[in-house]
Ligand binder design. Structure first.
Ligand code: ASP
Length: 579
């Protein structure tokens, strides 16, 4: 290949026997067998065994003695068959080895802060020495998988007629429900760009600009608390179509998902993916991102308990329950109650139906035969109730459903994709008591629900849809508002005065008045999608340089304070001096 090497380490095979090859890589292991020295040489393709025989190559043997783990070396020698009892069937190069003639140390390594084959290294240490961590199989695999998926996504999008257009990352605030990261501007002190939370308005402008089908793997920035499935910066497959139907948008995404599975050689989910209405999802799963790999559906007993002698049921806004296929002990029930309380429940009523069908419960004596029949549970199960406001019942039972599935090992290993449809257009902001958007303020109301924008905002449904995979929200999109007048009405319903709307979005309202076609789109979270494809439970495992939960990068030490001089150029004085 080059002066450094003729083949990758993991690619040497029996047909190469007899060839003289140069190989280069990292020393994974060195074993000194009194006389012969064995070196496992590694690169991204795998490991090959080098054998240094002091009689054959005294200089190489001397170099080999100085070698330690993770030194970078280059070896030249002849490929030979291993003795039959030395064949290693576990590695692809296990039948051969390189008889070394020349061995050169290209770079030394300090003793390592952790061993590369140690699977229990603390995350902060892994991130601090990410370059070492990247040499390990897990990160190599995940980053390569990510690249394969992104290539498949791009190919699929191009095949579907989308063109890749770049949008500014420094822009005006984009309302996606998070805080903006701000960028001060030296040339205009006191003014700030916001880092785009998404290219939302730009992509809508592309449709007004006649570009028809846009896509981009766009980086987005959101100043939110970090979690397993959230980072400050992440990428989206961002797309928008002119003159779309909802079905068309969903179909584009389903093709992208299938292409990604196929690129990884995995059986893709069957198209079309199932669809589920938001209200139905909240009722049956207590979540707008339901995990459908298990049942445990929530059931409603509000009507059946209206006249209950058990006051908690009779007086609650909603009574719902889950039937778990297990006879729980008192201690287990107590732990489940604590869990429910952590989610906001006041308590957790239950009926245990033992193997013989007998009901054990402190509340059974208050319940009529009709009520008991309504909760009909087979022998060997436990009925768990939540009685509260609708929102609380959904929240508690949604969380309990996942917890029970985990505890009882009910989660099946299969892929469950589902589209969530018919979301409400508005929700009450708990702090201000005002109506605010569920998705973002550019989402169209469901056709026919326009008049509810003013008359009954809480009942208006939207043309928003989410894609959910095994309980993770992969992304969201919508058919947009394309009439300026409706856009203004939505802003007003959110409590924005016309002046405020014009100040914030005047340029966009103007664009809507100059020939805006019907349009809609979607954004798929690349890191979430890749993490799930890689079987990882946090985004940090598939991002080369992620931020920690406190929002810093242990490798570079970012973020860092700046100098007084830089601040003064930007016209900024800190209220609290840096610690
Ligand atoms: N901009 C939206 C988001 O980032 C996606 C969309 O509506 O297309 O969630």
């Amino acid at each position: 290949m080059t002066q450094w090497r003729d083949l990758y380490c993991g690619d040497v095979r029996p047909p190469d026997v007899g060839r003289t090859l140069a190989l280069a890589g990292w020393v994974a292991r060195r074993r000194d067998h009194g006389g012969l020295i064995f070196i496992d040489l590694r690169d991204h393709t795998g490991i090959v065994q080098l054998v240094v025989n002091p009689e054959r190559a005294p200089e190489a043997a001397q170099a080999a003695h100085a070698i330690r783990s993770e030194f970078v070396v280059r070896a030249r020698g002849e490929v030979v068959n291993r003795a039959p009892d030395a064949v290693n069937p576990n590695i692809a190069t296990g039948e051969i080895e390189l008889q070394v003639d020349e061995l050169e140390i290209l770079a030394r390594s300090e003793p390592l802060p952790f061993q590369l084959d140690d699977d229990n290294v603390e995350e902060p240490l892994r991130l601090r020495y990410r370059y070492l961590d990247l040499r390990r199989d897990r990160m190599q695999h995940n980053l390569r998988l990510s690249a394969t998926v992104i290539a498949a996504i791009r190919t699929s999008m191009e095949e579907q007629g989308f063109i890749d257009i770049w949008t500014p990352t420094m822009t005006l605030g984009t309302p996606e429900g998070a805080r903006d990261f701000l960028v001060p501007v030296r040339l205009q002190p006191g003014k700030f760009f916001a880092l785009a939370q998404s290219p939302q308005l730009f992509k809508q402008v592309f449709m007004i600009g006649g570009l028809d089908r846009y896509y981009q793997i766009a980086t987005c920035w959101r100043d939110e608390d970090l979690r397993a499935d959230r980072q400050f910066e992440f990428r989206q497959l961002d797309l928008e179509l002119a003159f779309p139907t909802r079905e068309e948008v969903l179909d584009v995404l389903e093709r992208v998902v299938v292409a990604s599975f196929e690129a990884l050689g995995r059986t893709p989910p069957v198209r079309p993916f199932p669809r589920l209405g938001f209200a139905d999802a909240m009722l049956r799963y207590g979540s707008d991102k339901p995990d459908l790999r298990f049942g445990l559906e929530i059931q409603d007993a509000t009507d059946a308990t209206r006249n209950s002698e058990f006051g908690v049921f009779a007086n609650a806004d909603r009574v719902r329950f889950i039937v778990a296929p297990a006879v729980f002990s008192r201690a287990q029930l107590q732990r489940l109650e604590e869990f429910a309380k952590e989610w906001g429940a006041k308590g957790l009523a239950y009926l245990v139906v033992d193997e013989s069908g007998e009901v054990r419960s402190p509340i059974a004596k208050f319940l009529s035969a009709d009520e008991l029949a309504a909760f009909a549970a087979p022998p060997g199960s436990t009925v768990l109730f939540a009685a509260d406001t609708q929102a609380m019942v959904e929240r508690v039972l949604g969380a309990l459903r996942s917890e029970l599935a985990e505890q009882l090992g009910l989660i099946e290993s299969r892929d469950e994709f589902v589209w969530l449809l018919d979301f409400p257009l508005f929700q009450k902001d708990e702090e201000t008591g005002r109506w605010t958007f569920v998705h973002h303020p550019f989402t169209g109301p469901l056709e026919g629900d326009e008049d509810l924008i003013e008359s009954d905002p809480g009942r208006a449904l939207s043309q928003h849809y989410d894609l959910v995979w095994n309980g993770w929200e992969l992304g969201s999109g919508s058919i947009r508002i394309y009439q300026q007048e409706i856009q203004e009405r939505v802003f007003r319903a959110m409590g924005m005065s016309d002046e405020e709307a014009r100040a914030k979005f005047g340029w966009f309202l103007e664009a809507l008045q100059m020939g805006a076609p019907p349009h809609g789109g979607f954004a798929l979270g690349i890191e979430r999608f890749v993490a799930l494809l890689a079987g990882e439970s946090t985004l940090r495992e598939i991002i080369a340089f992620p931020k920690t939960a406190s929002g810093s990068d242990p490798l570079t030490g970012a973020p860092a304070p700046t100098t007084e001089e830089r601040l003064s150029e930007l016209g900024i004085r800190l209220r609290t001096p840096p610690a």
